[in-house]
Design a protein around this ligand. Structure first.
Ligand SMILES: Nc1ncnc2c1ncn2[C@@H]1O[C@H](COP(=O)(O)OP(=O)(O)OP(=O)(O)O)[C@@H](O)[C@H]1O
Length: 249
C-alpha cells in the first residue's frame, strides 16, 4: 500500500456541545487530489484548521510525512511542508505580493535578518519568489500590496507562498471562492498539474471543479465522514445525494 503523506485518525473537536469534528479518519496519498465536500457548517474549515495547526483537536492523531505533528504549531508544520490557503488570509496586507512570497523564501532559508544586502535586491530571494508568482499567474501583480489584490488573487498568492516553501502537501480551503468563471477555469487547470508536485486536500463548494479534479471525494456532514470514494461512487451514493447534492428524501 502507498504510504500516506497525511494521515488523520479519529480526530475530534467540540465547541461546547457542538461536535464540529466527530471522529474523522482520512488520508492524503502521493499525487492525488482528495476533495472534502459537505453542506455549510459541516465542519470542513474546522478540520482543515486542525490539520494546519491553527486549531487544536480535542483528541485524535495527525501524522504528516510519517511524523505525529499534533504538538507542532502552524509555522513549524508549514516549514515541514504543509502548505495552505485559507478562507481567512494570513498575508501581510501592506507588503507587496512579491515581498509576501519573499518572506516565505527567507523563512525557508532560515535567515530572518540580512544586514548586508537590501532584501529587495537579493536575487536569492527575489528570483524564487518571482518564479512562484509566475506559476500562479500573478507575475504582473508582483508589486501590488496584498491588501489591494482581489479576493481570488490573494488565494493565488497564498498558493505561491506554499510553492515557495516547497510544500509536500497542500491544504486548500475554497480556493475557487471569489474567482470569476475564467479565474476558476485557470485555477482548475493549475491545480490539476500541481497534484504531481504535492497532493492536495481540497475543500471546495464549486462542484464542477471538484468533479473535474478529485481523485477521491470524502463527504462531511455534521462533523462525520458519511461517504468516501471516487467521483462516480460519490455521485451515485444515495445517502450523499440526500444529504448534500439536493435529492429529495
Ligand atoms: N470557533 C468556533 N466556536 C464555536 N463554534 C464554531 C467555531 N468554529 C466553527 N464553529 C461551528 O462549527 C461548525 C462547523 O463550522 P465550519 O466552519 O468548520 O464548517 P464548514 O463546513 O467549513 O462550513 P462552510 O462551508 O460554511 O465554510 C459550525 O456549526 C460552526 O458554527
Amino acid at each position: 500500500m502507498v504510504e500516506a503523506i497525511l494521515d488523520i485518525k479519529d480526530l475530534r473537536k467540540s465547541f461546547g456541545a457542538l461536535k464540529a469534528t466527530d471522529g474523522v479518519t482520512l488520508d492524503l496519498r502521493p499525487g492525488e487530489i482528495h476533495a472534502l465536500i459537505g453542506p455549510n457548517g459541516a465542519g470542513k474549515s474546522t478540520l482543515i484548521h486542525q490539520i494546519a495547526g491553527t486549531l487544536k483537536p480535542d483528541t485524535g492523531d495527525i501524522h504528516f510525512l510519517g511524523e505525529r505533528v499534533n504538538h507542532l504549531g502552524v509555522a513549524e508544520r508549514a516549514r515541514k511542508g504543509l502548505g495552505r490557503s485559507f478562507q481567512v488570509s494570513s498575508l501581510a496586507p501592506e507588503f507587496s505580493a512579491l515581498r509576501n512570497v519573499m518572506l516565505a523564501v527567507q523563512s525557508k532559508q532560515g535567515s530572518s535578518f540580512r544586514f548586508f544586502k537590501p532584501v529587495m535586491h537579493d536575487k536569492s530571494l527575489t528570483e524564487p519568489a518571482m518564479a512562484a508568482l509566475e506559476r500562479v499567474g500573478l507575475k504582473d501583480r508582483a508589486n501590488v500590496p496584498a491588501a489591494e489584490l482581489s479576493h481570488g488573487e490573494r488565494r493565488q498568492l497564498e498558493i505561491a507562498i506554499a510553492l515557495a516553501l516547497d510544500s509536500k502537501a497542500f491544504l486548500l480551503d475554497e480556493p475557487m471562492a471569489g474567482m470569476g468563471p475564467e479565474g476558476s477555469r485557470q485555477l482548475t487547470a493549475f491545480l490539476d498539474g500541481l497534484r504531481q508536485e504535492a497532493p492536495i486536500l481540497l475543500v471546495e463548494h464549486d462542484m464542477d471543479a471538484v468533479f473535474a479534479l478529485a481523485d477521491r471525494i470524502s463527504v462531511l456532514v455534521y462533523g462525520r465522514i458519511i461517504a468516501s470514494g471516487s467521483v462516480d461512487d460519490i455521485r451515485n451514493d444515495p445517502e450523499v445525494r440526500r444529504a448534500y447534492l439536493g435529492d429529495p428524501a
